[in-house]
Write a protein that binds this ligand. Structure first.
Ligand code: GLN
Length: 485
């Protein structure tokens, strides 16, 4: 099936004219038609646009103008603004919102000649860990349709794992790229804060949000980073550092590399199959020449979850104030007064989880509680960041599980928000510290995917990509395909 191709494999065929972007795009659209009724990964399919872009890509290729993403079909998380294409954030609030501009990452992919297949389902406004908080429908895990794909970029991860698209973009505020990547057995990278422009990414928690790739292998991840990373003067938090060629660092020799395993990430309640898969994966890295210290300690880790659930909702409560029924999207029209209109717009436009976050954040930022909650959480944030800095003075990268469990059943955690929040314990601290991390397929427990997380220094994407590549070349996990029943 040609939709199973990676970016670099498809690129080879496009370049040698053995395959056209039109054929590849049509194959993806056919695959979407076949499996989408069971998976529900996409909020919108942009078939017409895709065929037009494929035609253009083929013309470009015929003229000898080809780069690694030319003619390659991509799925975009529906939190990324796409000019003329509905961008919903899987919310009633933005159900009919059509942005007048493209996000910087979308513009960059378009300039490369990538082909947009559609917009991926997600937890509403990226708040969640299972894609069940989508206002439209839940998405199903291709490895077991009764289970969640993770979230909030669940639709993006499923689109890649099920070969609906060749790659996808997601966003990650506390784990939303890595956790679904782990749950679906694909590669997902959250770059260093500031590495990729957030311009045109609908904001959840601005000091934590980053856009990143979800791909079938590590080489593809590097290729997508080459296309999307870099300074952008439209995002004041984007960093004016030069971007390397991320494919250059990929090698299978880990000799001399120092890896640390922080013990706090092996949390209570971790499933035994996840723990044993991790131990085996880390032993494999040792076998590849890395020096592993199994006994690293990052003592503030247990406070990361609490700090995150103060900081992220606080920022969300400010960011989501813009949805007032006047400026964007849904507007309740049958109201008695301006206040009534605003209230009802928010009452009907937002789902329960979004309302919960707005309330949490508004409370934490209120005059009487600011010092006790928000300020304290920011202090914890500094401690966590400092511990990572200290660890990176000794180690080149840190290794942990991506999640403490394999994918859970649909409905299992929706009634208990704290249980849902706990599925991100291993990924949240990374956003708090602003460092890069990726998830790579590292085994299965009872037929369900397990991800390994590699954490790097600020702007140390190359090191974690290298470790991931070496591991991938020495294992078969990334080649396994879900049989969608
Ligand atoms: N699951 C976490 C949350 O609900 C992280 C979400 C994300 O990374 N966007 O906030």
């Amino acid at each position: 099936m040609i939709t199973q191709l990676t970016i670099h494999e498809a690129h080879g065929l496009l370049k040698s004219k053995k395959l056209s972007s039109m054929e590849l795009t049509k194959a993806c659209l056919k695959r979407i038609k076949e499996v989408e009724p069971r998976l529900k990964a996409l909020v919108s399919v942009t078939g017409e646009l895709a065929l037009k872009q494929a035609e253009k890509a083929d013309q470009r290729i015929a003229a000898g103008d080809i780069n690694p993403l030319t003619g390659i079909p991509v799925v975009l998380k529906d939190v990324l603004c796409t000019k003329g294409v509905r961008t919903t954030c899987s919310s009633r609030m933005l159900e009919n919102f059509v942005p007048p501009y493209d996000a910087t990452v979308v513009e960059k992919l378009n300039n490369c000649g990538a082909v947009t297949l559609g917009k991926a389902n997600m937890d509403e406004f990226a708040m969640g860990s299972s894609t069940e908080h989508s206002a439209f429908f839940p998405t199903h895990n291709p490895w077991d349709l009764d289970r969640v794909p993770g979230g909030s970029s669940g639709g993006s991860a499923v689109a890649v794992a099920s070969d609906e698209g060749i790659f996808a973009l997601g966003s990650d505020t506390g784990g939303s790229i890595r956790q679904p990547a782990g749950f679906c057995s694909v590669v997902g990278l959250k770059p260093t804060y500031g590495r990729v422009s957030r311009y045109g990414l609908v904001a959840f928690a601005s000091s934590l949000d980053q856009i990143g790739p979800l791909t079938k292998d590590v080489t593809d991840c590097a290729l997508v980073m080459n296309a999307i990373a870099g300074f952008d003067d439209r995002d004041s938090t984007s960093v004016p550092e030069p971007t390397p060629d991320y494919t250059k660092c990929l090698s299978t020799d880990l000799k001399g590399l120092k890896l640390g395993v922080p013990k706090e990430y092996f949390v209570k309640g971790m499933q035994p199959e996840v723990e044993s898969a991790m131990r085996a994966a880390i032993a494999k890295l040792e076998g590849l020449g890395a020096k592993v210290d199994w006994n690293v300690s990052l003592p503030s880790t247990p406070y990361a979850l609490a700090a995150y659930y103060i900081i992220a909702p606080s920022e969300a409560s400010a960011n989501l104030a813009r949805y007032d029924g006047v400026k964007y999207g849904f507007s309740y029209s049958d109201a008695d007064s301006m206040w009534d209109a605003m209230e009802k717009t928010r009452q009907f436009g937002f789902g329960d989880e979004v309302k919960r976050r707005i309330m949490l954040g508004t409370y934490a930022l209120s005059a009487g509680y600011y010092d006790a909650y928000y300020l304290k959480a920011q202090k914890v944030r500094t401690l966590i960041r400092r511990e990572f800095d200290q660890a990176f003075a000794k180690y080149d990268a840190l290794v942990t599980p991506t999640s403490p469990t394999v994918p859970f059943k649909i409905g299992e955690k929706t009634e208990d928000p704290v249980q849902m929040y706990l599925s991100d314990v291993c990924t949240l601290p990374i956003n708090i510290a602003g460092v890069p991390a990726l998830s790579i397929p590292a085994g299965f427990g009872d037929g369900l995917p397990i991800g390994m997380q590699l954490i790097g220094k600020p702007f140390g994407e190359e090191t974690i990509l290298k470790v991931a590549y070496a591991y991938e070349q020495a294992t078969e996990w990334h080649k396994m395909r879900a049989e969608i029943k």
